[in-house]
Design a protein around this ligand. Structure first.
Ligand code: ARG
Length: 563
C-alpha cells in the first residue's frame, strides 16, 4: 500500500468521521525538511469545525492514532508529522515492484471501458506536420496511460482523405503531373500541384469550376476520379507509415474521413427528423445559439458535405461500435472551438456518448525557431527531423561507447526517443521550440538522460552476475536510497494523475525524478560492495531498472540495455 493511503487510513480512524478519506488525502503535505517527517497533516484546518486550538487537535490525533507501520507519529505545533518505517516501507515497495514487474502501478479504474483515441490524422497529399507528430506521440502515450488505468484504448487514425481539395489535386495532376513524378516523390509532387493550382486559379477562376466538378464526380463514385484518389491516398500513406515505423507507433484502425462517406446521409436525415437543420444563405446549419456559439455547417449550398459532417458521422459510428467510456480527440488547440461545436451538435442529437467527448488539445511546436508549413517556401519535414536525430545520436554513441555491438539499433532508439521525450516532457498545452541538440544531450531533462540511467542500472546488474534478486527487509542504510524508494512508491499515484490530467508529461517528469535519484545514489554508494546490504541494493537497482523502462514504455520510448 502506498504511504499516503496508509496515513489517510490512520487519520480517518483517529478523526472518527470528522473528515472523509478524500478530504484528508487532499490536505496532506510533504514537509520541507526530513526533521518534520515524510508526510504531514495540517491539524489547524480543523480548528473551526472542532472549536479547538490547533495544537490541541494535533496532540489528540497523535494520542488516538494507530501507529503501526510508522517509525513514529508526532505532533509538532499545529501539524501531525508522520515518519515512515523506512525498512518496512522499503521492503514493501521493492516487493511490489519486483513481483509485479512492469505491471506495477496497473489499476482497474477504467473497468475495461472502450476509449477510441482519434490521433495523428494527417492529411493525404500533404506532408505530416510537427502538429501531427505531437498528436501521434501524445495520443500513443495516452493510449498506454489509459491501458495502465484499466481502459481499453482503440487508436484510430482519422486521415484527412476526403474533401474539396481532392478536386483541386486531380485538376493539378491532370494538367501538370505525371505518374512517374508522383511515384518518385509522392508528397512533394502532390503538394506542388496543389500549390500551383492556388497560384493559377487567381487568374483562371475557371480552374475552380473544374475542381468542383472533379470532386462532384469523386463523390458520385466516378471510376477515374476514384482511382486517382485511391492512388494518391496509397502513396501518401506509404510515406506516413515510414514515420510511424520510425516512431514505433501502430494504429488499431485507419478510419479516415472517406470511411464515413456512406454514413453521411443518415446524419443529415437524423438532423432533419430532429428538426435541427436550418437554412442559412443556401447552406444547411445547426443553430448553436443556446450554446453561445456560431452555427455548425452541415451541408454547403451546393449540397457538399464538410469536415464537420464527417466528424458527426464519426462520433455516431464510435458511439454505436464501441459504447465508449470516453471518446477522445488528440488534436491541436486551434480546433478547440470546433470540437465544442461538434459536441454541442451531438448533444442536440441526443447521442448517448455526447458528454463523453474529450478534446485533448496541445500547443504549437517549432523547430529551432522555424514553423512548419505546407503552403510557403521552406518546409521542415518530420521525416528529416527524425533522420537527423538518429544520425546525431549515432555520432554521440560512436564517441562515448565505440565498442557497443548494436550501435545502429541503439542510435535509432536514442535518436527517436530524444524527439518523443523532448515533446512529452512538456505540459501539452505549452508551445515548444524544439532544439534537437539540447534534446539529445545525455545530461539535463532529456530522453537520453533517462535511457542512460536505465542502461547504467542494467550494467550494474550484469556485473553482479547471475544472482537471484528478491525484496528482503534488510534496511538499506544509504540515505540516498530512501529518495528512490519514495519515488517508486509514488508511481501508482502518478499513473492516475496522468490519466486525470491527460498529461503524459506527468510520466516523463516521474522518469526524470527517478533517474535523478538513482544517479545520485549511484554516485554516493558502492552498490556492488560485498557486504550484508548488497542483496537489498541489487533489489533496489533492479526495481529502478524496471520502472525506468516501464515509464519510458508508457511514453513510447525504448530503453536499450546498453548505450
Ligand atoms: N486532418 C485534420 C488536420 O490535420 C485533423 C483531424 C482530427 N480529427 C478529427 N476527427 N477531426 O487538421
Amino acid at each position: 500500500m502506498d504511504y499516503s493511503t496508509k496515513v489517510t487510513d490512520a487519520l480517518a480512524g483517529a478523526l472518527d468521521g470528522e473528515l472523509s478519506a478524500d478530504d484528508i488525502s487532499a490536505k496532506l503535505e510533504t514537509p520541507k525538511t526530513d526533521a518534520q517527517g515524510d508526510l504531514a497533516f495540517p491539524a489547524f484546518t480543523l480548528a473551526k469545525q472542532l472549536h479547538q486550538a490547533p495544537q490541541q487537535i494535533a496532540a489528540d490525533i497523535v494520542a488516538k492514532i494507530d501507529q503501526t507501520g510508522f517509525e513514529k507519529v508526532e505532533a509538532m505545533g499545529p501539524y501531525v508529522n508522520f515518519f515512515f518505517d523506512k525498512s518496512l516501507f522499503s521492503a514493501e515497495t521493492l516487493e511490489a515492484v519486483l513481483t509485479e514487474g512492469a505491471d506495477y502501478g496497473q489499476n482497474d479504474r477504467g473497468d475495461g471501458g472502450n476509449v477510441p483515441i482519434d490521433m495523428s490524422s494527417p492529411n493525404i497529399a500533404k506532408p505530416m506536420s510537427m502538429g501531427h507528430l505531437r498528436s501521434t506521440v501524445i495520443g500513443n502515450s495516452l493510449a498506454n496511460i489509459l491501458a495502465k488505468n484499466g481502459y481499453h484504448p482503440i487508436k484510430d487514425n482519422h486521415l484527412g482523405d476526403w474533401g474539396t481539395q481532392f478536386g483541386k489535386l486531380i485538376v493539378g495532376y491532370k494538367k501538370w503531373g505525371s505518374e512517374e513524378d508522383v511515384k518518385k516523390d509522392p508528397i512533394n509532387k502532390l503538394v506542388e500541384y496543389y500549390v500551383r493550382f492556388h497560384k493559377e486559379d487567381v487568374e483562371h477562376p475557371e480552374l475552380d469550376d473544374e475542381a468542383r466538378e472533379w470532386f462532384r464526380k469523386l463523390e458520385a463514385g466516378d471510376q477515374e476520379a476514384h482511382d486517382l484518389w485511391a492512388w494518391f491516398r496509397e502513396e501518401s500513406l506509404k510515406e506516413f507509415e515510414g514515420v510511424y515505423d520510425k516512431l514505433g507507433v501502430t494504429f488499431d484502425t485507419y478510419n479516415g474521413e472517406a470511411f464515413y462517406n456512406d454514413k453521411l446521409q443518415e446524419v443529415v436525415d437524423l438532423l432533419k427528423s430532429d428538426n435541427l437543420l436550418q437554412e442559412s444563405q443556401g447552406a444547411q446549419v445547426v443553430d448553436l445559439e443556446k450554446y453561445d456559439m456560431n452555427p455548425a455547417m452541415i451541408l454547403k449550398s451546393d449540397g457538399a458535405t464538410l469536415y464537420m459532417t464527417r466528424d458527426i458521422a464519426t462520433a455516431l459510428y464510435r458511439d454505436r461500435t464501441y459504447h465508449p467510456a470516453m471518446n477522445m480527440y488528440v488534436v491541436g488547440s486551434e480546433q478547440s472551438y470546433y470540437f465544442k461545436q461538434v459536441k454541442a451538435v451531438l448533444e442536440e442529437m441526443g447521442i448517448p456518448s455526447a458528454d463523453k467527448l474529450v478534446h485533448v488539445p496541445f500547443g504549437l511546436i517549432t523547430v529551432n525557431g522555424k514553423k512548419l508549413s505546407t503552403r510557403s517556401g521552406r518546409i521542415i519535414l518530420l521525416n528529416d527531423v527524425l533522420d537527423d536525430s538518429v544520425a546525431m545520436a549515432k555520432k554521440q554513441i560512436a564517441e562515448k561507447n565505440p565498442d557497443l555491438p548494436n550501435k545502429e539499433e541503439v542510435a535509432k532508439q536514442v535518436g527517436v526517443g530524444a524527439i518523443v521525450f523532448g515533446d512529452l516532457k512538456n505540459d501539452r498545452m505549452n508551445n515548444i521550440d524544439f532544439n534537437l541538440e539540447d534534446q539529445l544531450k545525455f545530461e539535463g531533462e532529456t530522453g537520453p538522460y533517462v535511457q542512460y540511467a536505465h542502461a547504467r542500472a542494467e550494467s550494474i546488474l550484469r556485473k553482479a552476475g547471475d544472482v537471484e534478486i528478491s525484496a528482503n527487509d534488510n534496511q538499506i542504510s544509504d540515505p540516498e536510497a530512501w529518495d528512490i524508494i519514495k519515488e517508486l512508491a509514488d508511481f501508482p499515484r502518478v499513473v492516475e494523475l496522468a490519466l486525470d490530467e491527460f498529461e503524459p508529461s506527468d510520466i516523463a517528469k516521474f522518469s526524470l525524478r527517478l533517474a535523478k535519484a538513482f544517479n545520485k545514489y549511484y554516485a554516493h554508494s558502492k552498490i556492488l560492495a560485498d557486504d550484508a546490504e548488497r542483496p537489498a541494493r541489487l533489489a533496489l537497482v533492479k526495481s529502478v531498472s524496471i520502472m525506468l523502462k516501464e515509464s519510458l514504455r508508457i511514453l513510447g520510448v525504448q530503453a536499450p540495455d546498453e548505450m
